[in-house]
Design a protein around this ligand. Sequence first.
Ligand SMILES: [Zn+2]
Ligand SMILES: [Zn+2]
Length: 89
Amino acid sequence: MLRAQRSTVGTMPAVGDLVRCTNGAWMVRTPERCRRGHRLGAGRVLVGHQPCSCRGGHTSWACLQCGAMAYGPPLRADCRVLAGPAAVR
Ligand SMILES: [Zn+2]
Ligand SMILES: [Zn+2]
């Protein structure tokens, strides 16, 4: 049951966008899956914060199954992460 990612831009908030929670607080939307396709649900992902050369850094999600890191907002070409796990390629 594969679904194309980013196929519905405009109807769903992009990963890393701020979205309104049911309790009214703002939070960064968690990616549904890591880039290897594992579901990132409760207990399956380690949420952290990645300091970066850009302002504010990035929220980071580490897949506990394969270790793949996802960032929100996504890393840009000129992003230089300052500490923590290096980008795994
Ligand atoms: Zn994974
Ligand atoms: Zn950055």
